[in-house]
Design a protein around this ligand. Sequence first.
Ligand SMILES: [Zn+2]
Length: 330
Amino acid sequence: MPSPDLAAFVQRLPKTETHLHLEGSLPLELARRMDPEYFATPPAYWRPDFRFTDFAQFQEQFDRYFFKWFVSPENYYESCRRVMADVVAQNGVYLEASFHLGTAERIGDVPFREIARAIHAAKPPGLELRLFLGMFRDHYAGRLAKVVDEAIAWDEIAGVDLHGFERPEFQPWSADIWAKVRALGKVTKAHAGEFMPAADVRRAVEYLGVRRVQHGLSALGDPAVMQLLRDNEVTLDMTPISNVKLLAVPSMREHPIKRFLDAGVRCTISTDDPMLFGNRLNDEYGALGTEGGLDRATLVKIAQNGFAVADLPAAVKAGYLRELEAMGAE
Ligand SMILES: [Zn+2]
């Protein structure tokens, strides 16, 4: 637990969140409304010492509510309104969040674009939202392929992301679509390097062409991939508490983010799936500032990295960077 002084410092930092799955963020009160018995108390996986045995167990808990809650624009709105209000309550001012393509299969005759519109409608004042369409590496088929083809051009969509267990290999369709998305002036991301080796991070950068890798942890073991990340100014959107609970790293103390930063690779931190990890954005900073052993100047640097990569006007960015600079000098 961070000291009250550290907690207050973290709260004061203007922050970004750049790796958040909206379906992984259902607030407990809404889960409880849907299934009062199962969610009567905070789930076991919210405990700080909880570890998922594997990704399948994580997926099982996710599926427990995902298919029941995320079935309509109204339910997305209700959940996202609370999630985004909580980001603002923690002095989060910029959010890159993704929503899941699979939802398109379960909303009947409702146009999928209504989901994107509902999420934007849920955005509170004081928060900048960039919404990403997330999908699996093998999701582009049949009706969903048509949805992707259309959705990438929507104004509501700032970019795309590849989710899931980092398997199978990136497929040719994704390289094509990702290039199209960039040609539209939008941002492309991919999950890689949390469970799979550095070669997968290399493929995300070289084959898929992304400059935003979600996680990227395994790159540390391969100096050539680290050089590739530096050469291409790739940002790694990390999620320390998620990494620990999913056993991608053995403990917060051993989380490698500082080694990436020292090696000149830009990293940010976010919560990933707060419903499955019981975490808030401030907890990520608090955990790194205590068990993680990071000093305040490094926490400030991480917050600055979020703004460095944010899609904000230059003057707005500069304002936040200056504010953080002053906090780093305290
Ligand atoms: Zn993720």
